[in-house]
Design a protein around this ligand. Structure first.
Ligand SMILES: [Zn+2]
Length: 374
């Protein structure tokens, strides 16, 4: 996803990003407001005013969505679950929350606060609509549309299909009742798929009834929800497989220490190929300087291998994360996701035992799945 986003900046330490798909929504919103909605609701305004109004309203809509996601994020952080970034895309926003929630109460509040924020914003714009007429008819017009869209945003998100907010609320309640997060997630994602199918069914129904635009839009939302529910379910299945296993079981050990002054051509010919190993810590005088990975080497064009030294391409120690060998694989996986790294060092008593890369986790899951183990 990183390649398709534009960074906007930080609020409360949370990075705000725009997905490219969001620009389509922005332009469509501004366009339909300026070209259709405002002219039909308020005929007789100067032409340019419609466009300025369309643009301003679209920006305020964007800020409304951002406020919704920020509300989720701030409550999440208050309950000790860090938020890396918020990405705004075609269906609104998504806050990237790296871990599973810790308590049902925290999850419930975190999920509820988003739609609640949208409804409060709707009420504020409603108020502005009531009193704004005295100031300017433009202000009043803009307030009415924003009140309506924020009500829709709040209510849509309350639909109980996981991973929509309403689905999260549903899951938190199930979790509180059963005391079992996995069972609750399983039921909530199941309901999420059902809701998604409902949307698709209604969409197709409308298309057959001749209402193409609405029908396609409904079916599209259904398809999106179905996808999201499936992804959530897979993530849960992945967690189930990793649970109860430790880093020691999957790590690549028998690391071969290399010098940082080595050039890449010598490293590949004399060390990498004959050894068949995949773990190459760069160490000198008992001190770890970094880690050389195949991925890093591949980035250097072959003609430059002779003139490139290991220390120029290694991942420096400061960027390497470490866990202990007894750490559970779920935690290791969360760390990799949260820190956005592809491998972690396994260190015990200041000694490097090995590394765990994403490949290790994938192989572990694939092998167990093939053998029918869990
Ligand atoms: Zn939300």
């Amino acid at each position: 996803m990183t390649g398709n986003t534009v960074r906007l900046g930080r609020i409360f330490g949370i990075e705000i990003k725009l997905d490219y798909s969001w620009f389509i929504v922005f332009i469509l919103t501004a366009w339909s407001l300026a070209g259709q909605y405002f002219p039909s609701m308020y005929p007789g305004w100067p032409r340019g005013v419609y466009w300025v109004m369309g643009a301003i309203t679209a920006v305020l809509f964007f800020l409304s969505v951002l406020a919704h996601e920020l509300a989720h994020s701030l409550v999440s952080q208050a309950f000790g679950v860090p938020v890396r970034d918020i990405t705004l895309f075609i269906f609104g926003g998504a806050a990237k929350i790296s871990e599973e929630p810790k308590t049902a109460r925290g999850e419930l509040l975190m999920a509820l606060v988003g739609p609640l924020t949208s409804l409060v914003i709707a009420a504020l714009f409603g108020l502005l609509w009531l009193v704004g007429g005295a100031v300017s008819p433009y202000l009043q017009a803009l307030a009415l549309w924003l009140a309506g869209i924020n009500v829709s945003l709040g209510l849509f998100n309350l639909i109980p299909g996981f991973p929509l907010d309403g689905g999260r609320v549903f899951r938190a309640i199930l979790w509180a009742i059963t005391g079992n997060l996995r069972l609750a997630t399983r039921i909530a994602t199941g309901l999420g798929r059902l809701v998604a199918s409902g949307f698709i069914f209604l969409g197709v129904w409308q298309i057959f009834g001749g209402n193409w635009t609405n029908g396609l839009w409904m079916a599209f939302i259904g398809w999106f929800l179905e996808n999201a529910a499936t992804v959530s379910y897979r993530r849960l299945a992945l967690r189930d497989m990793l649970a109860g296993h430790t880093a020691r079981e999957v790590m690549t050990s028998e690391c071969q220490f290399i010098h940082r002054g080595l050039t890449l051509d010598v490293f590949v010919d004399r060390v990498l190929l004959p050894s068949g190993r995949r773990c190459f810590p760069v160490q000198e005088g008992g001190q770890l300087h970094g880690l050389l990975t195949l991925h890093r080497i591949k980035k250097v064009p072959r003609q430059q291998w002779e003139s490139t030294r290991v220390e120029e391409v290694m991942i420096p120690r400061s960027e390497l994360k470490a866990v202990s060998p007894g750490e559970e694989l779920n935690v290791v996986f969360d760390r990799m996701t949260a820190e956005d790294v592809n491998q972690v060092l396994i260190i015990e008593d200041e000694r490097l035992l090995g590394i765990v890369a994403r490949d290790n986790l994938l192989n572990f899951i694939r092998t167990r799945a093939e053998l029918g183990l869990r």
